[in-house]
Design a protein around this ligand. Sequence first.
Ligand SMILES: [Zn+2]
Length: 191
Amino acid sequence: MEKSKACTKCGHTKPLNDFYAKSKFKPKGFGIRVRPCKPGPRLQAYCKTCTKSGATAWLRAHPQAVLISRRKRAKQNALKAKLWANANRARRCEQDQRHRAKNPGVYAAYGAARRVRKARAQPTWADPAEIKAIYALAAQQKKMTGDNVHVDHIVPLKSKLVCGLHCPDNLRLVIGGYNSRKGNHTWPDMP
Ligand SMILES: [Zn+2]
């Protein structure tokens, strides 16, 4: 049996190891070849170097396709992560805490961005004193009951579809945990 073959792209004769095997179950022509004509795996016509550079060139020539597949994979990974987090709540919580401790700047930036959003979402007719009173009530209840009482925006300040207001009518007290579960994807009368 021959130990080397010529690449039809670059024309160099190279050892068989320098060629990728053809995938077995790839339909070709009119049907799937069930039995190979030759024993052993059938090899690609191009050598590994040519196959790789061809792939790189294709990716460079099709940025849109790359973007789509990257988004698709990101979506699948996000779903996987969500399922895992639901099944491993305690460990996810630990991970979050570690990440927070390691990246204080990131979370400070989140907090700052949220404060800016809040300020922008606060209409001029909203009474700041009334808003303050609601937050004070939450703090007081937290102290009294020991529950993690939060002020919740009934319609979220920021989400893909809606932007709620930072005003007394859109605020309510909730026990902590509910707020983080609700996230920014739930609101009354949502579509
Ligand atoms: Zn080649």
